[in-house]
Design a protein around this ligand. Structure first.
Ligand SMILES: CC(C)(COP(=O)(O)OP(=O)(O)OC[C@H]1O[C@@H](n2cnc3c(N)ncnc32)[C@H](O)[C@@H]1OP(=O)(O)O)[C@@H](O)C(=O)NCCC(=O)NCCS
Length: 166
């Protein structure tokens, strides 16, 4: 299992992965191909996000791919926190292919993402999840997350917030 950056070679595999998701709930949303004219346009937009253009802080996106180059999970690492990310989004967002859940892949991709955070020099990594997302909370706790105060959104949604000291 390895982390790889999105590139044109992954077009078909990325599109296949998308088909298995309810598109409106694709997580992380930065991997959602909807609304792009083609894969090249998506890659261009991703490049802009990686540079931190517009409303985005610099971020890096990776696929978790297996030995047969199948995408198993996806992760988005935000290099800095804004007020929104400090309360709701955190540094790292991840999602696992629906048919590959409950096999330890979220735990693995978060561990690999934390190593990337080390390379980026992020010393305190914030990872968050909705209070009803038991699988994500367990994934965070298994990677050493220490819980901070929750944040409550205007609609009452409770966001659990965890720090990882590196
Ligand atoms: C949440 C999600 C990432 C978990 O991925 P996963 O690969 O199934 O997680 P893992 O297999 O690494 O499991 C980690 C732990 O959570 C538990 N777990 C996973 N899904 C669970 C669920 N739906 N209910 C209860 N526990 C769950 C596992 O059993 C494991 O705990 P254990 O070691 O004590 O058995 C995955 O369900 C997903 O992609 N969901 C949609 C996107 C999302 O919610 N992303 C996170 C945003 S914060």
């Amino acid at each position: 299992m390895r982390l790889v950056r999105p590139s044109i070679e992954w077009k078909n595999e990325h599109e296949d992965y998308m088909k298995e998701w309810d598109e409106s709930r694709m997580t992380p949303s930065s991997f959602n191909l909807n609304g792009y004219e083609n894969y090249e346009a998506y890659l261009e937009a991703l490049k802009n996000r990686e540079r931190g253009d517009g409303k985005w802080v610099p971020c890096t996106n990776y696929f978790l791919a297996d030995e047969s180059d199948r995408i198993i999970a996806m992760v988005d690492i935000r290099h800095e926190l804004t007020d929104y990310l400090r309360n709701i989004g955190g540094h790292i967002g991840y999602g696992v292919r629906p048919v590959e859940r409950r096999k330890g892949y979220a735990t693995l991709i978060l561990a690999k993402a934390l190593k990337k955070c080390d390379e980026l020099g992020i010393q305190r990594v914030l990872v968050t999840c909705n209070a009803d997302n038991i699988g994500s909370a367990k994934t965070i706790l298994k990677n050493g997350g220490v819980e901070d105060k929750s944040f409550i959104e205007e609609d009452g949604t409770v966001i659990r917030r965890f720090w990882m000291e590196r």
